[in-house]
Design a protein around this ligand. Structure first.
Ligand SMILES: NC(=O)C1=CN([C@@H]2O[C@H](COP(=O)(O)OP(=O)(O)OC[C@H]3O[C@@H](n4cnc5c(N)ncnc54)[C@H](O)[C@@H]3O)[C@@H](O)[C@H]2O)[C@@H](O)CC1
Ligand SMILES: Nc1ncnc2c1ncn2[C@@H]1O[C@H](COP(=O)(O)OP(=O)(O)O)[C@@H](O)[C@H]1O
Ligand SMILES: [K+]
Length: 489
């Protein structure tokens, strides 16, 4: 798990490192530029480079990168966008270091914008984490020209014009890179779906910023890049790992019930009982023989709440449908249940329509809505930052864990922490992937993980299995069953 910092904290992190390591600011810039150049050349070994620089430290990086490429006899054209009379001190030092080695062109008006060679990669070092307002004038013109160039674009630290930790306004002009190589740590902006055009593929380049600063600085945003699991005790038995109930399925959606049950069993649950409509009995018993199966008196839907006493945790919602009988079933279940719930799909849709049901959510339940289901619960949002704020309010109000599913699923905790997931891929964007996740999280709670841990670990392992499945089959061919098949604990 890593911390994600906002723009001010990143500035402080640089300053702290400079003061405490200690290292001169210009030498830290050199370190960052070496890391960037190394990775740039491994990505584009046979390309020429056109580097656009601003006049702050991001531009300083661009000049240092240019110097390193020149020293390696690479073909490089360097342009400084002359949008301001002021330049940062480290920009000036790097300007002086480069100017005797190659021509540094200046862009004052659009007439100065070059014709870029077709073998070129464009390096965007115009604005970095210091971007604090929409770009105007020549900056805007240059960014628009680069975006229209159709050449590969790689941004230094962050796309010029994008804010590190604030929403962008509609109509802002921002570089649309193919890649972003960012220094040290992920930026909040990269994790927001609305910014996908302005990030491209991204990776972090370590530049040795202070570990101590990380330990001493608090944040509510985290990046889950690894998880730790509890060891199974040698003398454990099935009773050690909990008894889960999955209340799932309706006529036509027994597949969702089967997927959630298989995923639950593949995630270490001690005992699993599925509670399904009568029509699903043979399907469930033959496709998931490891699960016990209890049926509802109704043929096609869940209608009567079973005895819930013996269950450690209950997963509910996959393929449930929203019939009147099922609504009544859920209402009774919410009043009787004493264990935490994992609430998915139609369980959430029903609750979104019947607001008093929300007040009945047991403490530390996990809600796993996809974007449409989330909207039904919290209403609409102006931007992804506001969406997270609304989810935080909801999570605190109902003392539950809420997932914002998708690429980089956010797990929002009642203590207001937000944990973004690093695993997963668009091959998982297919019906049934969410049912698998419900089964996984239910199994983890059954085994004694806290609901918070279960959500964070479950989302990570779900995505990890999805990544293995996509490597083997490709994103288009993979199925939710393949995600279950590739779970490794
Ligand atoms: N020593 C350090 O602090 C390090 C900084 N590094 C680089 O420095 C960057 C941050 O540098 P800076 O803080 O100088 O900021 P930028 O280079 O992002 O921006 C330069 C200046 O432009 C101004 N500005 C912001 N938005 C503008 C807009 N829309 N139109 C016109 N002017 C605008 C700001 O006042 C800012 O001071 C990082 O992204 C990274 O690339 C790296 O070299 C690593 C080390
Ligand atoms: N582009 C993506 N990248 C990573 N994970 C994704 C992507 N699209 C979907 N997923 C994951 O797949 C799952 C889909 O869940 P959901 O939409 O509820 O599916 P269903 O209800 O059909 O089972 C979620 O865990 C989500 O995070
Ligand atoms: K940049």
């Amino acid at each position: 798990m890593r911390k994600i910092f906002d723009a001010q904290q990143i500035r402080n992190w640089d300053a702290y490192t400079i003061a405490q390591e200690p290292i001169a600011s210009i030498d830290l810039m050199e370190r960052a530029s070496i890391a960037f150049t190394d990775r740039l050349l491994s990505l584009f070994s046979d390309k020429d480079f056109t580097i656009f620089c601003g006049k702050g430290n991001n531009g300083g990086d661009g000049l240092a990168i240019a110097r390193m490429l020149v020293a390696m006899n690479r073909k490089v054209e360097v342009y400084v966008v002359d949008y301001s009379a002021q330049a940062s001190p480290d920009f000036v030092v790097n300007y002086d270091r480069l100017t005797s080695l190659t021509t540094i062109h200046s862009i004052k008006t659009l007439k100065d914008f070059p014709v870029i060679g077709q073998n070129c990669v464009v390096v965007d070092a115009i604005l970095g984490s210091g971007t604090n307002r929409p770009v105007e004038g020549i900056l805007k013109d240059v960014i628009q020209e680069i975006n229209q160039s159709k050449l590969p674009v790689i941004s230094v630290d962050i796309a010029s014009g994008l804010y590190v930790s604030q929403p962008i306004a509609r109509g802002n002009t921002i570089i649309q890179p193919d890649y972003t190589l960012t220094f040290e740590a992920p930026k909040l902006a990269f994790l927001m779906p609305q910014n996908q055009l302005y990030v491209g593929e991204w990776e972090c380049l370590p530049i040795g910023l202070s570990r101590e600063y990380v330990q001493n600085t608090s944040t509510s945003f985290f990046w889950t890049d690894m998880v730790s699991l509890k060891k199974r005790a040698k003398f454990s038995h099935k009773g050690t790992f909990g008894h889960a109930l999955l209340a799932v399925g309706s006529y036509g959606s027994i597949g969702a019930a089967v997927l959630s049950a298989k995923a639950c069993l593949r995630s270490g649950v001690g005992l699993l009982t599925t509670y399904i409509p009568a029509c699903g009995y043979e399907i469930m018993q033959s496709s998931v023989p490891e699960a016990m199966c209890q049926t509802d008196p109704a043929e096609k839907e869940l209608s009567v709440c079973p005895d819930l006493e013996k269950y450690t945790v209950i997963g509910i919602g996959c393929g449930l449908g929203k019939s009147e009988k099922t609504k009544a079933f859920l209402n009774v279940l919410l009043r009787q249940v004493k264990s935490p719930l994992v609430l998915d799909a139609d369980a959430l849709n029903i609750m979104a329509e019947e607001a008093d049901m929300l007040a009945l959510i047991p403490a530390k339940s996990v809600l796993t809505p996809h974007p449409k289901e989330l909207q039904r619960l919290i209403g609409t949002w102006e931007n992804d930052f506001e969406k997270l704020e609304k989810v935080k309010v909801f999570s605190q109000k109902y003392n539950c864990i809420v997932l914002v599913k998708g690429m980089h699923t956010a797990v929002v905790l009642p203590n207001q922490e937000v944990h973004f997931n690093s695993t997963g891929n668009p091959g998982m964007a297919t019906g049934g992937s969410g049912d698998v996740l419900t089964g996984i999280i239910t199994a983890l709670i059954a085994q004694g993980y806290s609901s918070e841990e279960a959500a964070i670990i479950g989302v990570f392992k779900h995505g990890e299995a999805g990544d293995i499945a996509s490597q083997e089959r490709g994103q288009m061919a993979m199925l939710p069953s393949d995600i279950i098949d590739k779970l490794r604990w």
